[in-house]
Design a protein around this ligand. Structure first.
Ligand SMILES: Nc1ncnc2c1ncn2[C@@H]1O[C@H](COP(=O)(O)OP(=O)(O)OP(=O)(O)O)[C@@H](O)[C@H]1O
Ligand SMILES: [Mg+2]
Length: 411
């Protein structure tokens, strides 16, 4: 028996392999090519889990489809298939994306999109109450997924070296260019501004959720509390009250991070520049600790100090230097020698691009996809993922079960 039904509106050369793959996985596949067809399906069918739309080749039609998915109180998630170069146009036109919508970049394999569909189904349960598909946020413990997100903390004890810039743009690169599901945590309420630079004002924070729970409310996970940014990343603030930053219980925060590992591929955390108990707990939890270093003596000293602290804590092998504003004339080799570790990647100076993107609540990856700075972040993302990067939502053992390796679909 079919599980969920998936609507597909893709160019023919993609429609065939994707439909075949999804049918083999037990999904009912409903291909549509006109708005009338989609409307008729939506008015009669109650088990539509999501729709896979083309965000590029026939973009105007997809906008019509997208509107129908959200008409009449419906909220059927859309998986928008795009090329990185089309992302700019898409994010400019689809401003009101739902938290359940996701992007998927070309080229891709049918198998990888199938895993994304599986993940979207796990994350939201389709409930039929007779009025159409209603999506409920699924408890993440429902997902019997063997995946475990990689936790990447971005830290330096020095302010202004680019922690927030690197955390935010790395998160967007992993999500948009590498097809990874990313949770971005703002762990720096005091000097940080992840949510404001992403145009997400007055969002509910984890501290709010824990307060509500203490007053008898339902417990909430980071996934429940997170807000969707148009880039597709989920963003969660630990607290918006700088005075109470120090009151956050480190154990509670790391437990919440751990619980979120099942629902994401990468969890990127922007940290406050201090060695307080919360940050120490996060260092112990993180798989990688990226230390941005600008080419100046205080930033180099800060990185050296962090290396010593990490050595003392037994986590030095997780610490990786990222040279920021790298094209300033100072030799990266000299910086590597001074800090005593190789640079994982180099981010050049982006001039005002960061400011211009932040003014629109966007990352440079979305706003300036063709700029060299976006390439720098792509290299950083590649190096964070490493040579054995697992494709989106495809846990290695399960891939083995199917025993098939498929060529990416290129259009
Ligand atoms: N590569 C870069 N090119 C141009 N501007 C940059 C670059 N990296 C960071 N900046 C700018 O430098 C300023 C400080 O960067 P950012 O806020 O990311 O640092 P931070 O380490 O998070 O600071 P804080 O410790 O205060 O939170 C920002 O205005 C940011 O736009
Ligand atoms: Mg910051």
């Amino acid at each position: 028996m079919s599980r969920h039904a998936v609507v597909i509106a893709l160019p023919h050369e993609e429609m065939v392999p994707v439909s075949t793959e999804l049918r083999q996985a037990g999904f009912e596949v409903l291909g549509v090519s006109t708005a009338d067809e989609l409307e008729s399906i939506l008015s009669t069918r109650r088990n539509i889990a999501l729709a896979i739309l083309d965000g590029e080749v026939d973009f105007d039609r997809s906008l019509e489809f997208y509107a129908l998915l959200h008409d009449n109180g419906r909220s059927i998630p859309a998986l928008m298939v795009v090329s990185p170069r089309a992302m700019d146009r898409l994010t400019a036109n689809v401003t009101k994306t739902s938290i359940n919508d996701e992007y998927f970049t070309r080229p891709y394999s049918a198998e990888s999109i199938r895993w994304r569909v599986e993940a979207m189904c796990i994350r939201s349960q389709t409930v039929d109450d007779g009025s159409g598909a209603i999506l409920q946020s699924a408890g993440i413990e429902l997902g019997d997924w063997s995946r475990r997100a990689t936790v990447v903390a971005v830290f330096s004890p020095k302010g202004g070296v680019g922690k927030t810039t690197i955390a935010t743009n790395l998160a967007a690169t992993l999500q948009l260019r590498k097809n990874q599901r990313v949770l971005l945590i703002d762990g720096d309420t005091v000097t940080g501004h992840v949510t404001t630079s992403l145009g997400l004002e007055q969002v509910r924070t984890m501290a709010d959720a824990w307060q509500d729970e203490a007053e008898g409310g339902e417990p909430a996970t980071m996934l429940d509390v997170a807000t969707a940014h148009p880039s597709g990343i989920r963003v969660v603030d630990l607290t918006d009250d700088p005075l109470h930053m120090a009151d956050l219980d480190p154990e509670r925060v790391t437990q919440a991070i751990n619980l979120s590992r099942r629902a994401f591929d990468y969890i990127v955390i922007d940290l406050h520049p201090s060695y307080g108990p919360l940050n120490q707990a996060i260092f112990l939890e993180a798989d990688q600790i990226l230390v941005p270093v600008t080419p100046d003596v205080p930033a180099l000293r800060a990185a050296l100090q962090m290396r010593d602290v990490a050595t003392e804590m037994g986590v030095v092998e997780r610490v990786k230097m990222v040279v920021n504003r790298a094209n300033s004339g100072v030799s990266v080799t000299d910086m590597e020698r001074t800090v005593g570790m190789p640079a994982l990647a180099q981010i050049r100076s982006g001039g005002l691009l960061f400011v211009r993107a932040a003014n629109e609540g966007r990352t440079v990856i979305e706003r300036f996809p063709k700029d060299k700075i976006t390439e720098d972040f792509e290299t950083l993302a590649d190096n964070v993922m490493g040579p054995h990067a697992v494709p989106s939502v495809a846990p290695a053992p399960v891939r083995g079960l199917f025993g098939r390796v498929k060529e990416p679909i290129r259009v």
